[in-house]
Design a protein around this ligand. Structure first.
Ligand code: G3P
Ligand code: MG
Length: 382
């Protein structure tokens, strides 16, 4: 079935609604277009119905990812309506987080590529776990990636590691840890991150005397200037061609948080800043971008009376992420988000049934695939 709806010809009436698309499991599977995806986006494009891509994937620059997506789906996209897990990290450079000139430790499957992305975002002092390991192989003496990966891409540390007698201000200090993508080297990175979270003031090699102090609130943990930890994606799973679901970045987060809980004797839960779906910070970031995209697109077409963006349909395959996020999002402009769950990705009706689709995971509608989801949204618009 093709998409056809009872709408006036494009250009006559600016739509008050828009779509938001998850990518993996909705538009692509293992980097290949899912059936109906290209046709659906082409239809929306031809009918000037605004949409945004909202994915928890990452590890490549937005330009690179959009180019790949355009090639796979045969429609030309730009970065103007594209949000991936770490895109909202751009807002950490300035403003209340103000990390532009701070020292930021980044990681991801290809941490050196994540460094390039962070630098393009405007962070000026970015280091990777590999930089530290190359300078100090004794920090994790079993690492097979040291010779095969890190030595080729590491950069010298900006300051030496702290040692007894050395002034703290002359020593390597990490101000923030940003997990931009799914880490590959879990053991070394959990070791390094817990070292930093137990340090004094983020100075690697030191140990805070507040840790475990029974007289301090929360027993003193993470209360001595240690770096904040930012995660870009909490998805436990994603799907590949393997018959079972594969770990996403969320699995790493839980492993790290589990070790942290043991380290603190169960006294302290890991404090962290969460980005990506399902969190409101990411949905509002995407909505702000979608509003600008819609305004530019429709004014370029000659509309001057646009009206407000009233409704967004989020099409996703993951109830914990896409669906819960859309259901919980409280737009600062009063835009209403609905959620449409499709069966082409993480959620599988035969395996999962309906039993978990309760509470904030209950979608507004369930459809077989992206084309049917968009048809449902358009029908809903009359
Ligand atoms: O967490 C894995 C990532 O591939 C999910 O991407 O597009 O389904 O949000 P997406
Ligand atoms: Mg998905």
């Amino acid at each position: 079935r093709s998409l056809s709806i009872n709408r006036p010809k494009p250009g006559l009436e600016p739509p008050e609604f828009a779509f938001a698309f998850d990518i993996d499991g909705v538009l692509l599977h293992e980097k290949k277009a899912l059936p109906g995806a290209a046709q659906t986006l082409q239809y929306l494009h031809d009918h000037s119905i605004p949409f945004i891509f909202l994915t928890n994937s990452g590890g490549k620059h937005e330009h690179e990812r959009v180019k790949e997506l355009s090639e796979k789906l045969g429609v030309n996209f730009t970065v103007d309506n594209f949000v991936q897990s770490h895109t909202p990290f751009k807002a950490l450079v300035h403003g209340e987080h103000g990390l532009e000139n701070k020292t930021v430790l980044v990681t991801g499957a290809d941490a050196s590529k994540c460094r390039d992305i962070a630098e393009e975002y405007g962070f000026r002092n970015v280091i990777t776990p590999g930089d530290i390991l190359v300078a100090h192989p004794e920090a994790w003496p079993f690492d097979a990636l040291l010779d095969t990966v890190y030595k080729d891409v590491a950069r010298p540390l900006p300051k030496p590691l702290w040692a007894p007698g050395q002034p703290l201000e002359d020593s390597l200090k990490i101000d923030a840890i940003m997990v931009m993508h799914d880490p590959r080297d879990w053991a070394w990175e959990i070791q390094l991150f817990t070292d930093l979270l137990q340090s004094h003031d983020g100075i690697l090699g030191t140990y805070s005397d507040r840790n475990g102090d029974p007289d301090l609130p929360n027993h003193g943990w993470q209360q001595d200037g240690q770096p904040k930890v930012y995660f870009s994606n909490s998805d436990l799973y994603w799907v590949t061609d393997f018959p079972l679901r594969r770990f996403g970045q969320g699995a790493f987060q839980h492993a790290f948080a589990g070790v942290w809980e043991r380290i603190t004797g169960g006294e302290h839960e890991l404090e962290r800043e969460l980005y990506g779906k399902p969190y409101g910070v990411t949905y509002q970031y995407a909505e702000d971008m979608l509003r600008k995209f819609r305004l530019d697109m429709l004014t370029n077409m000659g509309h001057d009376e646009l009206g407000d963006l009233k409704r967004v349909y989020m099409v996703g395959d993951n109830p914990d992420s896409d669906i819960a996020g859309a259901n919980n999002h409280v737009s600062k402009y009063g835009t209403k988000w609905s959620s449409i769950l499709v069966g082409t990705g993480v959620w599988n009706e035969q395996r999962d049934g309906m039993r978990k689709l309760i509470g904030d995971r209950e979608p507004t509608a369930i459809q077989a695939n992206v084309l049917e989801a968009v048809r449902w949204g358009l029908d809903n618009e009359g």
